[in-house]
Design a binder for this molecule. Structure first.
Ligand code: URA
Length: 243
């Protein structure tokens, strides 16, 4: 990481805005390399500098976080001889950094996929103990009803013996083909498709809308991506707190 201004370095953590950093510096609450920082504009090497705010060490953002609207037809794997992977949708510098997708979406599923090189965050989001909510929009054949909603809420057991945690099924529109929102607190293989198929409502289209506090940016068309914003990073940082 090249040298960066102190306000930019601290704001990159998502904990303070640049104007809040300026105020902290004015109030003498920021220490850089053992000295009270005199200016928020002074540049430091992000790899070397030791920063404290109110006496507490600050971990700088040394990781990259990308939100991708995964298009159908692309694999959420880092490499695969059998087809195009999500990493091929990003500039090469990102794959060189060792970015990987946080969890998997099926090849034909679209929507929110987070890519990062931060293993600790990936672990926190995927850990089965944390039950991070994942919300999907599905188009299904047939008309889901109250009995389907209740079965999801009770926690379904699938044909192969897989016991699912209680989940939410919200009926968005009903007809010969219907739209539903499904909220899961776990992520088993093909889970949304298997749960809906078990209720006789096969999925014809699936898109992930959110994962924990992170919602898919509606302005991203399938295949488009952007880095996470500071508020999104702070929301994810909350997810890292020990449970
Ligand atoms: N559930 C599925 O069935 N497929 C996905 O891609 C994600 C969740």
């Amino acid at each position: 990481m090249p040298s960066e201004r102190l306000d930019k370095l601290l704001a990159s953590t998502g904990r303070w805005s640049r104007s809040e950093v300026k105020r902290l510096v004015r109030e003498g609450r920021v220490e850089a390399n053992g000295h009270i920082a005199a200016s928020a504009e002074k540049k430091y090497d992000a790899h070397e500098v030791r920063l404290l705010v109110d006496g507490e060490a600050v971990r700088l953002c040394k990781f990259v976080y990308i939100m991708l609207n995964k298009p159908a037809g692309v694999l959420s794997a880092t490499e695969d001889g059998k087809g195009k992977t999500v990493l091929e949708l990003l500039p090469e510098e990102y794959s060189r950094r060792g970015l990987f997708p946080v969890g998997r979406l099926d090849k034909d599923t679209e929507g929110l996929l987070l890519l990062t090189d931060d293993g600790q965050l990936a672990h926190a989001l995927l850990s089965p103990k944390r039950h991070v909510d994942k919300v999907y929009l599905a188009v299904v054949e047939g008309e889901p009803d109250e009995a389907d909603r209740a079965a999801f809420a009770r926690g379904m057991e699938l044909g192969d013996g897989l016991k699912c945690l209680p989940a939410e099924l919200e009926i968005v529109s009903a007809g010969a083909r219907s739209e539903v929102k499904v909220t899961l607190r776990e992520g088993k293989f093909h889970q949304v498709k298997r749960m809906l198929a078990a209720r006789g409502k096969p999925v014809v289209y699936l898109k992930r809308l959110s994962m924990g506090p992170l919602g898919l940016d509606a302005s991203l068309a399938p295949g488009q991506w952007r880095e996470l914003t500071a508020p999104e990073l702070s929301a994810l940082a909350g997810q890292m707190k020990p449970k």
